[in-house]
Design a binder for this molecule. Structure first.
Ligand code: ADP
Ligand code: MG
Length: 360
């Protein structure tokens, strides 16, 4: 068997990674970590983490929390600053490495590396601009379009020879614009989500049923639900549309005869999302939707949550922008990983604080 050089593996990780002991002393740091703290591996080993990040660093606070709770923690979208005032936004992943809580693995995943994650902050703006544009389109285009279409019909009635064809063409093309405006209007009609408690499995099952009755009729679904999953909080109808959009994309990427979509749910208490400053939301509900399709083309993978990004001939590129907007308004996160044998979307949502019958 081939022997793996773990020191090499460690240094190949493209994100800063540290091993810290329970006194917050750096035991190890990889090559990417050397760059962040601007010090060699030998110089940082044995030094306190606070030497490089300051004593009030959010990094230290997060490790303290992991130590207290003795469970791993992922904190999304936090601003980390070094003592040299270099700051960057990253996702922080901290895992205890042994049962006795002696050592911890700390990985800082800078957001430039994590663009596939729908960071609510960056996507909120683009989603909002689409919403604004959608309502503008609906109001400002529909009226003149009706005028053009009416005029084309009048022209067609009185036209002779070749002009009939041209008038018809105007009519058909205005109809096409009308259909496009209708599609945008669906996007503009996203009211602030109501916050009711709902069962994620019920919504997932509804999405599977409606997909199977239509575009997913030949697709096999595999479900791995955690039956003890608590209710989520939000608008079940909007979430149904979220799942339908993700399932539709999956079906469009997989072959009809061996297409498979796996849906897993689980509870993961160690996921937090920093909203602003020291405020963070716990996002323990995890829904994974995995397909065995052709994967997302490399040239658009970092922009799939942006509006109008599509690899399809007749795609609008609005499906995932819509999904992103809804998930954001629910205080959640969506991540995506993809390769040429399939794609995985992970949704993380907050839990409802009340029972399913209560309004929140
Ligand atoms: N499950 C998936 N497998 C492969 N590609 C996907 C998947 N989901 C999304 N995509 C890619 O993301 C793009 C954007 O999706 P979307 O916003 O729904 O727009 P559209 O479906 O209209 O193209 C798609 O065109 C496709 O290239
Ligand atoms: Mg789509």
């Amino acid at each position: 068997m081939q022997i793996i050089d773990f020191a090499h593996v460690w240094n190949t990780i493209p994100f800063p990674a540290f091993i810290i002991n329970s006194e917050f002393i750096i035991i190890e740091g990889n090559s990417a970590a050397e760059q962040v703290v601007q010090t060699s591996h030998n110089q940082m080993s044995g030094k306190a983490l606070s030497v490089f990040f300051g004593i009030n660093s959010v990094v230290l606070e997060t490790i303290k929390q992991v130590k207290r709770e003795n469970s791993s923690l992922s904190q999304y979208g936090i601003e980390v600053s070094t003592i040299d005032r270099v700051s960057f936004e990253c996702n922080l992943h901290i895992n205890p490495l042994d049962k006795n809580n002696e050592n911890y693995l700390l990985i800082m995943q800078p957001n430039s590396f994590a663009q596939k994650i729908n960071q609510s902050s960056s996507h909120r703006t683009s989603a909002r601009s689409v919403t604004a544009m959608a309502s503008m389109l609906a109001h400002e285009i529909r009226n003149p379009l009706a005028g053009i279409s009416g005029a084309a019909q009048l022209l067609a009635m009185n036209a002779i020879d070749d002009d009939v064809e041209l008038a018809d063409m105007i009519g058909q093309e205005t109809k096409r614009i009308g259909t496009l405006v209708d599609r945008f209007e669906v996007f503009s009609d996203i009211r602030p989500s109501v916050r009711n408690a709902y069962n994620i499995h019920d919504v997932l099952d509804r999405a599977i049923r409606s997909s199977s009755a239509g575009f997913a009729s030949s697709i096999k679904f595999e479900k791995q639900y955690d039956p003890s999953l608590p209710n989520a909080s939000g608008d079940a109808d909007q979430m149904l549309q979220v799942f339908q959009n993700i399932l539709k994309n999956a079906c469009e990427a997989i072959s009809k005869d061996r297409g498979k979509i796996k849906i897993c749910t689980s509870y993961n208490s160690g996921v937090r999302y920093t909203i602003s400053g020291d405020q963070s939301e716990i996002l323990p509900l995890q829904i994974e939707i995995i397909d065995n399709g052709s994967g997302i083309p490399d040239n658009i993978i970092n922009e799939i949550f942006e509006p109008f990004v599509s690899s399809k001939v007749n795609g609008t590129g609005l499906g995932l922008a819509f999904v992103s907007k809804i998930i954001t308004s629910h205080g959640g996160l969506i991540e995506c990983t993809s390769h040429n044998a399939g794609t995985k979307f992970i949704l993380r949502l907050p839990v409802s604080k009340k029972s399913s019958k209560d309004k929140i």
